[in-house]
Design a protein around this ligand. Structure first.
Ligand SMILES: [Ca+2]
Length: 188
């Protein structure tokens, strides 16, 4: 009985890991469940602005002493389905950008340390931009980094990231209804 219980707990834990997805990808819970790291003048804070609301804001402001330099990085490790599944982990996010006084900055998205998206911005975006990328199903680390390119002591820049999602999509085509009909026919 004890072995059976242990096995049951193990199976439930395994199922829990397999089903885990990106947590708080809407940022309704601020930056909870996300790891954050910043260098120099850069900051990473929860924002009420989003798509439609609440996001992670990556920023740097200039000052009389310095340009808006630095890097802000947001990370989360999550299970996207099971590594035993044949399929693709479909991931997506949305971001926006705004700047003042000629600042330019770069956003980079990395999966397991490999860049899957990068874009440089030096003009305000007027809407959130969707980005999609894929990896195999299983455990992944997602990192979103914003970094300074150029600017002056009076300039500033911000990226807002929202709606981070991941879903394991099986690559095998489901068995057609006709096949099921033929199976039923065989056993009739
Ligand atoms: Ca949101």
């Amino acid at each position: 009985m004890r072995h059976l219980l242990a096995l049951l707990v193990f199976v439930i834990l395994l199922a829990g890991v397999a089903q885990a997805q990106v947590t708080n990808g809407s940022f309704a819970g601020g930056l909870s469940s996300w790891g954050t790291a910043t260098t120099l003048n850069a900051t990473l804070t929860p924002s009420a602005f989003g798509s439609p609301a609440n996001s992670a804001q990556f920023s740097a402001n200039g000052s009389i002493f310095n340009t808006p330099i630095g890097t802000a990085t947001l990370t989360q490790t999550f299970g996207c389905g099971s590594s035993f599944e044949n399929g693709f982990c479909m991931m997506s996010l949305e971001y926006n950008f705004a700047h003042n006084m000629d600042a330019a900055a770069r956003i980079t998205v990395l999966v397991d340390g490999n860049p899957v998206y990068t874009a440089d911005h030096s003009a305000n975006l007027n809407a959130f931009v969707p980005v999609t990328f894929t990896a195999g199903c299983g455990l992944h680390q997602l990192a979103i980094t914003a970094s300074f390119i150029s600017g002056n002591a009076l300039s500033s820049w911000s990226f807002w990231v929202d709606n981070v999602t991941a879903s394991c999509q099986p690559s095998e085509v489901p068995t057609e209804a006709g096949t099921w009909g033929s199976i039923k026919a065989t056993y009739r």
